[in-house]
Design a protein. Structure first.
Ligand SMILES: Cc1cc2nc3c(=O)[nH]c(=O)nc-3n(C[C@H](O)[C@H](O)[C@H](O)COP(=O)(O)OP(=O)(O)OC[C@H]3O[C@@H](n4cnc5c(N)ncnc54)[C@H](O)[C@@H]3O)c2cc1C
Lengths: 792, 281
């Protein structure tokens, strides 16, 4: 009786979003509210010589002006990091303070220096103009590899060579190198996985509201995980009592990872509000978002992949420099390590793998998880190497993959697949996704067309077969790997006396459509109409606890917690029903919203049972009234979605302009609750991944100025840049969670990027330009330049 | 993104606008160049004089041998004008290639010309069209040929207290044709190279008169005489076009930025001159 699961139910939340009735943090206006403007550093690295606020203080509407020193004087060090990755030699990770406002030195363009609070936003902005700050500008370092070299300017005096940590995973280097030495062919590549800027549609915003009369604090913030923000802010930043603090994340207009983290502005607003005993609101403008939202990627990598004469991979060796920016953002250390190094197995049987990561500080905006977080970088590396190896060895890239795929395993009859890099894959069947994608693309026909092409354009095809680790994550496992938090999820299913159901989830929806997908699960499992379910999220006062939404974890972890609570509700409901039916609970069946005595037509409905639970006149002895259960679900393993993406591009030989002609994606995200929503997630992810390949990328100059910090220069992918996507799915259920789901939020973004780059390199190669790489974003200039220098 | 304080005045006539145009004041037309600059506080005028509702500045009319476009006509007005299309098709085609729908619906030809962004489309279009820019100040009205209107990087012949009132686009004569081609910067969609060409063939089937104007390449839009010289008196065939195109941007200082180096931009200029000329064969 599955009437909702598997259906493309239209999104229940869209009514408010599409009619302009969404309610975001900046829409909230509290009585007595004041407005903050943060004066930010115009330099990447400078000593603050003097700050003069005298003129600003007396400006119209100014309520208060605070500097970093006043905060530091109260013993507040700054925002913490949530993950610890120690050096290879056992030394503790370097964790320099990340102050709410800097005290004596700015370390990246946009570092917060002074906060001006006024009666209106405009007055705060005008007064800020009157604050005089004198800087002594210092040399900056931008590149993560250069940062580690001797003599590079230091971001933090006590972090020699700008090192945060170094890290290694996999088989011993000597073994990997020995195998590489025996390889028939070694493909090697040096490349940059460039820095991208998340650009959520809604810029970040935060309101701190301290009420003296009740001694309670409320933080409204545009965040992906309000409870985690509360925990970090109370326990590690401000030392205020958690039970007196409420954190609300109302409607949030996209995050893509950038709103996972606890930002300085959140704690700053609470701190200011307590000082002023008035609410203080800060809303980032777009220019500020470019400079202060945590960025993504930024790896400089060298890799080698060795093959035997048969085309089987023998070994993989990787060396990556990961840019962490100027400060450690909440999950930053995990991204290049446990979300990246652990994915080096890919879909392949590679027997020997070693990855070495050096994480450095630079005078740039902090880098942290961005849609896919580490897994796109890993996929980019593997898949670029694969297509390049195929070109170099003159074999078919699809064939080369079929030869190396891990054989199918369901995780039930056959065990999970143990990788060389710590993870054990849950279930997988990799050939069908690539076969289906080849069928959709019409591979043989395409190759014939490509060979015949003669219109001044170069046609190319690129592949990417990826795996990702989602459903983040088993707490004990991540704890052992340095996480300072558990990664379970909580859910409360509260049946109201009338049989209507309120579900409180610790997952947070900021575009994913949880209010629909979760309601479908609840309605189905409980046999009640969809309209009878309400999904509540994003408020620490109503939701018991939550770890939030990222790492494609909401349905796999948050959904599983909901299922656990539903089971408890139905178990207790059965006891009440049995009492009403004068039967034994074991003799009852539950279906379509009612309990029926097996083999009879005696039944009682869910609504009657709910009412009885709250009006317990005729009630089982010893049973508590009420029908309301909470659960925590800690996953047994990560989930491992996978898929095959194929890009077809055409290059204009004269200009180098790349035209993405087709994009085919066959993904396996396990069971699907709402196909339309999953399609939407895939589409959005593809656009983002293709965006990185062709358009996006932060450009810093040598002094640390962001050259393209606006939409006039930073190119986001637009609808007319993209073809109509051709997508399909296979279904390999997750064996270890009750819904069999794996997660779909990041897949598109993880798989697509290398497919596009591979297609461009293929086009160039087949056109006689044997280039190994075109740096992303592959602007027409870069592609054109590649055609000038590497002619055969 | 909050501009500094300014006064807002709405002018109902050109004369009123001119009288309000004091030292720190700025004219506001579509606001699509001015407002972003004000929000970033790169531009902090003390007052804005809104000219977008002055009827006299908005129309597009037939002036006999030319079409008269009011300075406050929007890019969209021009793109959709049958009169303009009939008179000189590249003008309406070019207007259609500016920015996106929102930009075209708000931005005006007068605002774009006054702003004189080196990557804007209008400068190349009006130069190739041999348009006349009509300006009015306190002391009366004057006309300047488009080719001498742009004087430098964001600089024009417009005096402090002058307002552009109209643009006269000559109608193409028989035997003439026009085209505009553009290679867009992917983020802003301004021109990295925009090439506007009006050509006239003589009775012998050779190029009798040709104007090739290029925007995006140098500090201001310019007539590329190096290209024109190669074409004059020649038949318009592929060899002639190739030879002419190879001379593109050879007599100007070529700009460079992160999207297009000098070398690449110069190359693109050649490619786009070629494309434009091919359109006219
Ligand atoms: C996202 C975006 C994309 C764009 N893409 C393109 C593009 O592809 N190609 C392109 O060419 N342009 C592009 N533009 C610029 C756009 O065309 C602007 O509209 C135009 O440059 C300015 O016209 P406006 O009417 O908006 O002028 P405003 O912004 O109102 O004014 C600009 C300047 O001109 C002055 N001014 C205005 N009218 C007059 C007048 N009649 N007389 C004298 N001075 C006057 C103002 O005082 C001001 O200094 C883009 C703009 C945006 C925001």
């Amino acid at each position: 009786m599955s009437s909702y699961i598997g259906q493309s139910v239209k999104r229940l939340e869209d009514k408010r979003f599409l009619t302009g009735k969404g309610h975001y943090t900046d829409d909230i206006i509290l009585p007595q509210q004041t407005y903050a403007y943060i004066i930010r550093s115009p330099y990447a690295h400078a000593r603050i010589v003097k700050i003069d606020i005298s003129a600003a203080e007396s400006a119209k509407g100014v309520v208060a002006i605070f500097k970093g020193k006043e905060i530091a004087d109260e013993g507040i060090a700054g925002v913490p990091c949530g993950w610890q990755v120690d050096f290879k030699n056992g030394e503790t990770m370097k964790e320099p303070p990340h102050p709410l406002l800097v005290v004596d030195k700015v370390r990246h363009l946009g570092d917060g220096v002074v906060v001006v609070i006024a009666e209106s936003k405009a007055e705060a902005r005008d007064a800020a103009e009157l604050v005089e700050i004198e800087y002594d500008v210092l040399e900056a370092v931008i590149d993560p590899k250069k940062a580690a070299q001797a003599g590079a300017p230091l971001v933090h005096e006590d972090c020699p060579n700008n090192m945060c940590f170094d890290w290694e995973l996999g088989n011993p280097k000597a073994d990997v190198d020995a195998a590489m030495g025996k390889a028939h062919h070694v493909t090697s590549l040096e490349f940059v996985n460039q820095r991208v800027i998340p650009n959520a549609m809604e810029p970040r915003a935060a309101i701190g509201d301290y009420q003296v009369a009740t001694d309670k604090y409320t933080l409204y913030t545009s965040s992906q995980n309000p409870h985690l923000i509360r925990l970090l802010m109370c326990a590690f930043v401000l030392g205020i009592p958690e039970h007196k603090v409420r954190v609300v994340s109302p409607d949030v207009g996209g995050g893509f990872g950038s709103k996972i983290f606890h930002y300085a502005e959140e704690a700053l607003m609470i701190w200011c509000s307590r000082k002023l005993e008035r609410p203080v609101k800060w809303t980032s403008d777009r220019s500020e978002a470019f400079l202060t939202d945590a960025h993504g990627r930024d790896h400089v990598t060298e890799a080698k992949m060795g093959f035997d004469a048969d085309g089987k991979i023998m070994a993989l060796r990787v060396n990556t420099y990961a840019n962490l920016g100027a400060y450690l953002s909440t999950f930053a250390p995990a991204v290049p390590t446990y979300l990246h190094g652990t994915l080096m197995q890919g879909l392949y049987t590679t027997p020997l793998i070693n990855i070495d990561v050096t994480a450095t500080f630079t005078h740039t905006t902090a880098v942290d998880a961005y849609r896919g977080a580490g897994r796109p970088e890993a996929t980019y590396l593997l898949e670029r190497m694969f297509d390049l190896a195929a070109l170099e060895m003159n074999v078919d890239p699809a064939e080369l993959r079929f030869k190396n795929f891990i054989p199918a395993f369901d995780g039930v009859e056959q065990e999970g697949y143990q990788t060389q890099v710590a993870l054990q894959y849950d279930s997988g069947d990799y050939e069908p996704v690539l076969k289906r994608a080849l069928e959709m693309v019409g591979y043989d026909k395409f190759r014939a067309e490509q060979a015949a092409q003669s219109n001044g354009k170069l046609l190319g095809i690129g592949f990417s077969t990826y795996i990702e680790a989602c459903g983040i994550a088993p707490s004990a496992v991540v704890g052992a790997l340095g996480a300072r938090a558990g990664l379970y999820e909580s859910a409360q299913v509260r049946v109201q006396p009338t049989g209507k159901v309120s579900v409180f989830t610790g997952s947070h929806s900021h575009g994913q459509g949880h209010e629909t997908t979760f309601a479908q699960v609840v309605a189905d499992k409980m046999g009640i109409p969809l309209e009878d379910v309400d999904i509540v999220h994003g408020d620490s006062d109503s939701v018991a606890f939550g770890m939030g939404t990222y790492g494609s974890r909401s349905l796999a972890v948050g959904g599983s917690a909901i299922v656990k609570s539903i089971e408890k509700v139905l178990e207790k409901g059965a006891k009440i029903a049995a009492h009403l039916l004068e039967a034994n609970p074991d003799d009852l069946d539950y279906a379509e919203g009612k309990w029926t005595v097996k083999g009879t037509d005696k039944s009682v409905g869910f609504g009657d049972v709910s009412l009885t639970a709250y009006v317990p006149h005729n009630y089982p002895e010893g049973l508590e009234p009420g029908l309301d259960f909470s659960s925590f679900y800690d996953p047994a393993n990560f989930t491992y979605p996978f898929g095959a993406h194929i890009a077809i591009v055409e290059i204009d030989k004269e200009t180098g302009k790349v035209d993405l002609k087709r994009f085919i994606a066959v993904d396996d995200v396990g069971n699907v609750i709402n196909p339309m929503i999953v399609d939407g997630q895939i589409h959005g992810g593809l656009a983002q991944g293709i965006g990185q390949a062709l358009f996006e990328g932060a450009i810093y100059d040598d002094t640390g100025q962001l050259i393209n910090g606006s939409y006039m220069d930073y190119c986001m992918p637009r609808a007319d840049d993209l073809p109509s996507f051709e997508i399909d799915r296979t279904v390999t259920p997750c064996p270890h969670n009750p819904l069999g789901v794996k997660g779909a939020g990041e897949a598109g973004c993880i798989g697509s990027t290398p497919a596009v780059v591979n297609a461009v390199v293929d086009a160039l190669w087949k056109g006689g330009f044997k280039v190994k790489d075109v740096a992303m974003p592959m602007t027409s200039q870069r592609v054109w330049t590649a055609m000038q220098s590497e002619t055969v | 993104m909050i501009p500094s304080t300014f006064e807002y005045k709405k002018a109902s006539s050109v004369d009123e606008a001119i009288s309000l145009l004091t030292e720190d004041a700025k004219l506001l037309a579509g606001g699509h160049s001015l407002i972003p600059a004000m929000k970033l506080r790169l531009n902090q005028p003390s007052s804005l004089i809104d000219i977008s509702d002055i009827d006299a500045l908005k129309g597009i009319s037939d002036g006999g041998d030319h079409v008269l476009i009011g300075a406050a006509a929007t890019h969209a007005d021009i793109a959709h004008s049958a009169l303009v299309k009939g008179a000189c098709s590249m003008i309406s085609d070019g207007a259609e290639q500016i920015g996106d729908i929102q930009v075209r619906n708000k931005g005006t030809i007068g605002g774009s010309l006054a702003h004189a962004d080196p990557a804007a489309d209008w400068p190349a279009l009006v130069i190739a069209a041999d348009a006349i820019i009509v300006m009015q100040g306190a002391s009366g009205s004057r006309e300047v040929a488009a080719a001498s209107f742009f004087t430098g990087f964001y600089e024009t012949a417009l005096a402090e207290n002058e307002i552009i009132t109209a643009i006269k686009i000559p109608k193409l004569t028989t035997g003439s044709s026009s085209t505009y081609v553009k290679f867009s910067q992917p983020a802003s969609r301004f021109a990295i190279v925009g090439c506007a060409v009006v050509k006239n063939m003589d009775e012998a089937g050779e190029v009798g008169n040709i104007k090739v104007a290029i925007t995006g390449v140098s500090e201001k839009a310019y007539r590329d005489h190096a290209v024109e010289d190669e074409l004059m008196g020649q038949p318009l065939n592929q060899d002639v076009i190739n030879a002419a195109a190879s001379k593109a941007a050879s007599r100007v200082d070529v700009m460079s930025d992160h999207y297009a180096s000098q070398e690449y931009r110069k190359h693109l200029a050649s490619v786009y001159v070629k494309k434009a000329l091919q359109n006219l064969i």
